[in-house]
Design a protein around this ligand. Structure first.
Ligand code: ATP
Length: 221
Protein backbone atom coordinates (compact mmCIF):
# COMPACT_ATOMS: atom_id res chain seq x y z
CA UNK A 1 0.00 0.00 0.00
CA UNK A 2 0.85 3.65 -0.28
CA UNK A 3 -0.69 6.11 2.15
CA UNK A 4 -0.40 9.68 3.36
CA UNK A 5 -2.04 12.79 4.65
CA UNK A 6 -3.81 14.90 2.00
CA UNK A 7 -1.23 15.77 -0.63
CA UNK A 8 1.63 14.46 1.52
CA UNK A 9 2.64 10.90 0.64
CA UNK A 10 4.22 9.13 3.63
CA UNK A 11 4.22 5.41 2.81
CA UNK A 12 5.34 4.15 -0.59
CA UNK A 13 4.78 0.61 -1.87
CA UNK A 14 4.74 -0.94 1.59
CA UNK A 15 4.32 -4.68 1.48
CA UNK A 16 3.79 -6.03 4.95
CA UNK A 17 2.20 -9.17 6.32
CA UNK A 18 1.20 -10.33 9.79
CA UNK A 19 0.10 -13.92 10.27
CA UNK A 20 -2.03 -15.28 13.07
CA UNK A 21 0.16 -16.33 15.97
CA UNK A 22 3.08 -14.06 15.26
CA UNK A 23 4.50 -10.84 16.64
CA UNK A 24 5.86 -8.63 13.88
CA UNK A 25 7.98 -5.64 14.87
CA UNK A 26 7.95 -2.42 12.88
CA UNK A 27 10.97 -0.28 13.66
CA UNK A 28 12.61 2.80 12.20
CA UNK A 29 13.80 6.32 12.92
CA UNK A 30 11.56 9.18 14.03
CA UNK A 31 9.24 10.10 11.19
CA UNK A 32 9.91 6.91 9.21
CA UNK A 33 6.17 6.21 8.96
CA UNK A 34 5.55 3.61 11.67
CA UNK A 35 2.50 5.27 13.20
CA UNK A 36 1.15 6.09 9.75
CA UNK A 37 1.40 2.39 8.84
CA UNK A 38 -0.69 1.38 11.86
CA UNK A 39 -3.24 4.12 11.14
CA UNK A 40 -3.52 3.12 7.48
CA UNK A 41 -4.08 -0.52 8.49
CA UNK A 42 -6.72 0.62 10.97
CA UNK A 43 -8.61 2.74 8.43
CA UNK A 44 -7.65 6.03 10.07
CA UNK A 45 -5.36 7.28 7.28
CA UNK A 46 -6.39 6.90 3.63
CA UNK A 47 -4.65 4.27 1.52
CA UNK A 48 -3.86 5.98 -1.78
CA UNK A 49 -2.69 2.91 -3.73
CA UNK A 50 -2.75 -0.79 -3.12
CA UNK A 51 -4.85 -2.56 -0.59
CA UNK A 52 -5.16 -3.73 3.00
CA UNK A 53 -6.37 -7.32 3.24
CA UNK A 54 -7.64 -9.25 6.24
CA UNK A 55 -8.16 -12.99 5.95
CA UNK A 56 -7.28 -12.56 2.28
CA UNK A 57 -10.19 -10.20 1.60
CA UNK A 58 -9.97 -6.45 0.97
CA UNK A 59 -10.44 -4.62 4.25
CA UNK A 60 -12.17 -1.27 4.05
CA UNK A 61 -14.32 0.70 6.47
CA UNK A 62 -13.77 2.67 9.63
CA UNK A 63 -11.77 1.67 12.69
CA UNK A 64 -15.05 0.82 14.46
CA UNK A 65 -16.04 -1.52 11.63
CA UNK A 66 -12.63 -3.16 11.62
CA UNK A 67 -12.82 -3.49 15.42
CA UNK A 68 -15.94 -5.61 14.96
CA UNK A 69 -13.81 -7.94 12.84
CA UNK A 70 -11.28 -8.31 15.66
CA UNK A 71 -8.89 -5.37 15.23
CA UNK A 72 -7.56 -3.46 18.25
CA UNK A 73 -5.42 -0.34 17.90
CA UNK A 74 -3.36 0.98 20.81
CA UNK A 75 -2.09 4.47 20.10
CA UNK A 76 0.60 6.38 21.96
CA UNK A 77 -1.97 8.22 24.06
CA UNK A 78 -3.34 5.45 26.29
CA UNK A 79 -6.98 5.00 25.38
CA UNK A 80 -8.36 4.85 28.91
CA UNK A 81 -10.87 7.05 30.68
CA UNK A 82 -8.91 8.86 33.36
CA UNK A 83 -11.89 9.93 35.47
CA UNK A 84 -13.39 6.42 35.64
CA UNK A 85 -12.28 3.53 37.82
CA UNK A 86 -10.24 0.61 36.54
CA UNK A 87 -13.32 -1.64 36.85
CA UNK A 88 -15.48 0.77 34.85
CA UNK A 89 -12.83 1.04 32.15
CA UNK A 90 -12.77 -2.74 31.86
CA UNK A 91 -16.58 -2.99 31.91
CA UNK A 92 -16.83 -0.57 29.00
CA UNK A 93 -14.89 -3.07 26.89
CA UNK A 94 -15.85 -6.42 28.44
CA UNK A 95 -18.95 -7.95 30.01
CA UNK A 96 -16.89 -9.98 32.43
CA UNK A 97 -13.73 -8.85 34.16
CA UNK A 98 -12.44 -12.42 34.47
CA UNK A 99 -10.40 -12.52 31.29
CA UNK A 100 -8.71 -9.10 31.57
CA UNK A 101 -7.89 -9.80 35.23
CA UNK A 102 -6.50 -13.22 34.36
CA UNK A 103 -4.21 -11.47 31.86
CA UNK A 104 -3.15 -8.81 34.38
CA UNK A 105 -3.83 -9.90 37.98
CA UNK A 106 -1.91 -6.75 39.02
CA UNK A 107 -5.10 -4.79 38.22
CA UNK A 108 -7.26 -6.64 40.75
CA UNK A 109 -6.28 -4.58 43.83
CA UNK A 110 -6.67 -1.40 41.76
CA UNK A 111 -10.20 -2.05 40.47
CA UNK A 112 -11.86 0.78 42.40
CA UNK A 113 -9.12 3.32 41.80
CA UNK A 114 -9.56 6.16 39.31
CA UNK A 115 -7.34 5.55 36.29
CA UNK A 116 -5.94 9.09 36.49
CA UNK A 117 -4.33 8.11 39.82
CA UNK A 118 -2.54 5.04 38.42
CA UNK A 119 1.11 4.97 37.41
CA UNK A 120 1.95 5.03 33.71
CA UNK A 121 2.77 1.32 33.80
CA UNK A 122 -0.54 0.45 35.48
CA UNK A 123 -2.42 2.52 32.90
CA UNK A 124 -0.65 0.70 30.11
CA UNK A 125 -1.48 -2.70 31.68
CA UNK A 126 -5.12 -1.61 31.72
CA UNK A 127 -4.91 -0.49 28.09
CA UNK A 128 -3.41 -3.82 27.12
CA UNK A 129 -5.84 -5.86 29.23
CA UNK A 130 -8.71 -4.14 27.41
CA UNK A 131 -7.11 -4.78 24.02
CA UNK A 132 -6.01 -8.38 24.50
CA UNK A 133 -9.14 -9.79 26.15
CA UNK A 134 -12.11 -10.90 24.07
CA UNK A 135 -12.17 -11.79 20.40
CA UNK A 136 -9.13 -9.80 19.31
CA UNK A 137 -7.50 -11.26 16.22
CA UNK A 138 -5.09 -8.49 15.26
CA UNK A 139 -3.43 -6.02 17.63
CA UNK A 140 -1.72 -2.92 16.29
CA UNK A 141 0.31 -1.42 19.14
CA UNK A 142 2.16 1.88 18.96
CA UNK A 143 5.02 2.42 21.43
CA UNK A 144 3.68 0.37 24.34
CA UNK A 145 6.94 0.96 26.19
CA UNK A 146 7.02 4.77 25.87
CA UNK A 147 8.27 6.33 29.11
CA UNK A 148 7.94 3.14 31.17
CA UNK A 149 10.45 1.38 33.41
CA UNK A 150 12.19 -1.68 31.92
CA UNK A 151 10.51 -4.10 34.35
CA UNK A 152 7.03 -2.96 33.25
CA UNK A 153 8.02 -3.00 29.60
CA UNK A 154 9.12 -6.62 29.99
CA UNK A 155 5.77 -7.48 31.61
CA UNK A 156 3.78 -5.83 28.81
CA UNK A 157 5.78 -7.40 26.01
CA UNK A 158 5.53 -10.86 27.58
CA UNK A 159 1.74 -10.46 27.65
CA UNK A 160 1.79 -9.54 23.97
CA UNK A 161 3.97 -12.55 23.18
CA UNK A 162 1.62 -14.85 25.11
CA UNK A 163 -1.38 -13.47 23.21
CA UNK A 164 0.34 -14.26 19.92
CA UNK A 165 1.16 -17.74 21.18
CA UNK A 166 -2.60 -18.20 21.68
CA UNK A 167 -3.18 -17.25 18.02
CA UNK A 168 -3.42 -13.46 17.82
CA UNK A 169 -1.50 -11.52 15.17
CA UNK A 170 0.44 -8.54 16.55
CA UNK A 171 2.13 -5.63 14.78
CA UNK A 172 4.34 -3.90 17.29
CA UNK A 173 5.80 -0.44 16.72
CA UNK A 174 8.71 0.29 19.01
CA UNK A 175 11.42 2.95 19.12
CA UNK A 176 13.51 0.60 21.26
CA UNK A 177 14.53 -1.97 18.70
CA UNK A 178 15.97 -4.34 21.34
CA UNK A 179 12.62 -4.50 23.14
CA UNK A 180 10.77 -5.24 19.93
CA UNK A 181 13.16 -7.88 18.64
CA UNK A 182 13.19 -9.63 22.02
CA UNK A 183 9.58 -10.79 21.54
CA UNK A 184 9.08 -10.61 17.77
CA UNK A 185 9.14 -13.43 15.25
CA UNK A 186 9.87 -11.14 12.31
CA UNK A 187 10.61 -7.47 11.81
CA UNK A 188 10.45 -4.75 9.19
CA UNK A 189 12.75 -1.74 9.24
CA UNK A 190 11.21 1.40 7.74
CA UNK A 191 13.01 4.39 6.34
CA UNK A 192 11.17 7.35 4.86
CA UNK A 193 8.01 5.35 4.33
CA UNK A 194 9.63 2.35 2.69
CA UNK A 195 10.66 -1.06 3.97
CA UNK A 196 14.45 -1.14 3.73
CA UNK A 197 15.12 -4.35 5.63
CA UNK A 198 13.04 -7.28 6.77
CA UNK A 199 13.68 -10.69 8.18
CA UNK A 200 13.39 -13.07 11.09
CA UNK A 201 13.89 -11.31 14.44
CA UNK A 202 16.56 -13.86 15.37
CA UNK A 203 18.62 -12.72 12.38
CA UNK A 204 18.03 -8.98 12.92
CA UNK A 205 19.04 -9.23 16.59
CA UNK A 206 22.58 -9.70 15.29
CA UNK A 207 22.31 -6.50 13.23
CA UNK A 208 20.99 -4.04 15.83
CA UNK A 209 24.08 -1.82 15.66
CA UNK A 210 23.81 -1.53 11.89
CA UNK A 211 20.07 -0.79 12.05
CA UNK A 212 20.50 1.89 14.72
CA UNK A 213 23.29 3.51 12.71
CA UNK A 214 20.94 3.68 9.73
CA UNK A 215 18.38 5.51 11.92
CA UNK A 216 20.96 8.16 12.75
CA UNK A 217 21.90 8.50 9.08
CA UNK A 218 18.20 8.86 8.15
CA UNK A 219 17.70 11.57 10.78
CA UNK A 220 20.86 13.47 9.84
CA UNK A 221 20.08 13.64 6.11
P1 ATP B 1 7.86 8.52 15.51
O1 ATP B 1 8.75 7.39 15.85
O2 ATP B 1 8.54 9.85 15.65
O3 ATP B 1 6.51 8.47 16.13
P2 ATP B 1 6.87 7.42 12.98
O4 ATP B 1 7.83 6.50 12.33
O5 ATP B 1 5.73 6.82 13.72
O6 ATP B 1 7.67 8.45 13.89
P3 ATP B 1 4.87 8.91 11.56
O7 ATP B 1 4.28 9.48 12.79
O8 ATP B 1 4.13 7.86 10.84
O9 ATP B 1 6.35 8.39 11.84
O10 ATP B 1 5.15 10.13 10.58
C1 ATP B 1 5.63 9.94 9.24
C2 ATP B 1 5.61 11.26 8.52
O11 ATP B 1 4.27 11.70 8.38
C3 ATP B 1 6.37 12.39 9.21
O12 ATP B 1 7.05 13.13 8.25
C4 ATP B 1 5.26 13.19 9.86
O13 ATP B 1 5.65 14.54 9.95
C5 ATP B 1 4.13 13.02 8.88
N1 ATP B 1 2.81 13.12 9.56
C6 ATP B 1 2.40 12.40 10.63
N2 ATP B 1 1.14 12.73 10.99
C7 ATP B 1 0.73 13.67 10.11
C8 ATP B 1 -0.47 14.40 9.93
N3 ATP B 1 -1.54 14.24 10.72
N4 ATP B 1 -0.51 15.30 8.91
C9 ATP B 1 0.54 15.46 8.09
N5 ATP B 1 1.69 14.81 8.20
C10 ATP B 1 1.82 13.91 9.19
Amino acid sequence: MSAGYGQLPVLTDMNLRVDAGEVVALVGANGAGKTTTLLALAGEVPVTAGQVRFDGKPWAGSLEQRARGGLRLITEDRAVFMSLSVADNLRLAHKSLDEPLALFPELEPLLRRKVGLLSGGEQQMLTLARALAGDTRLLLADELSLGLAPIVVGRLLRAVRAAADRGMGVLLVEQQIRNALAVADRAYVLRRGRVVLQGPAAELRGRIGEIEASYLAAEAS
